[in-house]
Design a protein around this ligand. Structure first.
Ligand code: ZN
Length: 198
């Protein structure tokens, strides 16, 4: 039987995505056994991130500064913008260094079922960014789910009056596929073969 403090740690870890009670117990045992090499550095990393956590007011990325490292990177193509549902999607695309431009994170997808309306997402901010000029292409990289595609068409419609090329990912993407779970090859193919939104 573990002490209540240790139990509380296990329960906190077990609530994380990808970890169940069993993995959480193993992680806690590991941390307790390796206090100096695992527990102390973990606490330091968590404390630092918590203190500096910021959401980019430009693109919605999560970083330790605002505007974020992606938005302020001068090597990036300023004329193309990739629109994604979640920060995880931005990270998936950027991890593989697939997209040379900058991003816009919507913060979700339209969903009648979950009551997510256009004003709940950063769609107005996106239209504002594009209307501000300097952007030639907007890549709509939504998930290939019913809600993702509904969101994509809604945004394509909102952008249709602006002088910008609007493209979508090719369907190398599996139906039901979420960007964050795709391997880099599939993701690269989908981005390379992007096409105008119909
Ligand atoms: Zn940013």
């Amino acid at each position: 039987m573990a002490a209540p403090e240790i139990d509380a740690l296990t329960q906190a870890l077990a609530r994380l995505p990808g970890l169940g009670p069993r993995s959480a117990r193993r992680a806690v045992l590991h941390l307790l056994k390796r206090r100096e090499t695992a527990l102390v550095p973990l606490i330091a990393a968590l404390t630092t991130v918590e203190a500096r956590l910021a959401t980019c007011s430009n693109c919605g990325n999560v970083d330790t500064r605002d505007p974020c490292a992606v938005c302020t990177d001068p090597r990036r193509d300023q004329t193309s913008l990739c629109v994604v549902e979640e920060v995880a999607d931005l990270w998936a695309l950027d991890r593989a260094r697939l997209f040379p431009g900058r991003y816009h994170v919507l913060g979700g997808r339209l969903s009648a079922l979950d009551g997510v309306r256009p004003e709940d997402l950063s769609i107005d901010a996106l239209v504002g960014r594009v209307a501000g000029g300097g952007i030639d292409e907007v890549v709509l990289a939504m998930n290939v789910t019913l809600e993702g595609q509904t969101t994509m068409h809604f945004i394509a419609d909102r952008l249709s009056s602006l002088p910008v090329r609007v493209t979508q990912l090719a369907h190398g993407m599996p139906v039901g596929g979420e960007l964050d779970y795709l391997d880099e090859g599939t993701l690269a193919q989908a981005l390379r073969a992007r096409r105008p939104v119909q």
